[in-house]
Design a protein. Structure first.
Length: 303
């Protein structure tokens, strides 16, 4: 055997040994499905407790879609909704990245994907859920309080100065104006129509329920959601991905990055501790309000 032939025979073995030192996700033939968790209320809940937003999740999504050897991207969603603007922007970014990287998106609903949470779920090419998951609530809601009688009783005089006849619309310390209510309802109908169009575009012929059932704001458990076409199947992330990509499929969780500047500002990610919170009792009233608001929204869906 010549020395040249011996060298050729040694190279494959050397490559195999070197490959063993590589991270599993970089090895040839290994299926990788990065996982991104999208959870919590969407948009600003209170200044001290920001919710999920495009700014907060964009980098994480980009990292997931850029991962080497990725066969798909899995999204785990657990959200009762919130801002329609942030919900749609997150939906659009997911679809843009899926088109750019030519990767399918698989959504797995945990407790809730309702309202804006369901809008984000519609970014998936397929939606899976647990039998006890809550999906739907395709509607728009808004509310306020009326304190005009209360301030009269306690002897408070309301002083309000505006430029613009509708600038004080729906002020909680003024009597309710029917024209203001009609204006708000018109806005809600417009936003609702955008939501409906997005769901129809995303789910297409898979939707099986009538419009006056699907788009009333009602929500359903997993099995009924599948029967209505709001989800594709009952399934959990691990079992579904193993069935589709093999038992050795890797599912790395892509966590939000925390840079030095973010840490110094005390705002590492949505829901992270802030400087004001660390100041102690000064942040307690806002924290209490935030907690109550969050609890009320989750409680709507039984959680």
């Amino acid at each position: 055997m010549t020395e040249q032939t011996a060298d050729r025979l040694r190279w494959p073995g050397l490559i195999d040994r070197l490959t063993e030192w590589l991270p599993a996700r970089l090895r040839r033939g290994v299926a990788v499905v990065p996982v991104v968790r999208l959870s919590g209320l969407i948009g600003a809940v209170t200044p001290l407790r920001p919710g999920m937003s495009l700014a907060g999740v964009a980098r994480t999504l980009e990292r997931a879609f850029s991962m080497k050897n990725a066969k798909a991207v899995a999204l785990m969603i657990n959200s009762p909704g919130g801002s329609p603007v942030q919900s749609r922007q997150i939906y659009l970014r997911i679809r843009q990245l899926a088109a750019e990287k030519k990767l399918p998106v698989l959504v797995f609903v945990e407790d809730v994907a309702a309202s804006g949470g369901y809008m984000i779920a519609c970014a998936g090419d397929e939606i899976f859920c647990d039998p006890s998951s809550i999906l739907g609530s395709i509607g728009v809601v808004g509310g306020t309080f009326g304190f005009q009688e209360l301030i009269k009783k306690i002897g408070v005089e309301r002083r309000l100065y505006t430029a613009g006849t509708r600038k004080a619309m729906l002020d909680p310390f003024l009597p309710e104006n029917p024209d203001d209510v009609a204006h708000v309802k018109a806005l809600q109908r417009e936003i609702h129509a955008i939501f409906i169009a997005l769901v129809k575009q995303s789910r297409g012929a898979r939707l099986k329920g009538a419009d006056d059932v699907l788009f009333t704001g009602e929500y359903w458990a997993g099995e009924t959601s599948v029967s209505l076409g709001l989800a594709d199947a009952i399934g959990d992330l691990r079992s579904t991905l193993r069935t589709r990509y093999g038992d050795k499929v890797l599912t790395p969780l892509i966590a939000p990055s925390t840079g030095l500047l973010s840490s110094l500002l005390g705002r590492k990610s949505a829901g992270a501790e802030t400087l004001t919170q660390r100041d102690g009792i000064a942040g307690l009233p806002d924290e209490l309000i935030s907690a109550l608001e969050s609890r009320a929204i989750w409680a709507k869906f039984g959680f």
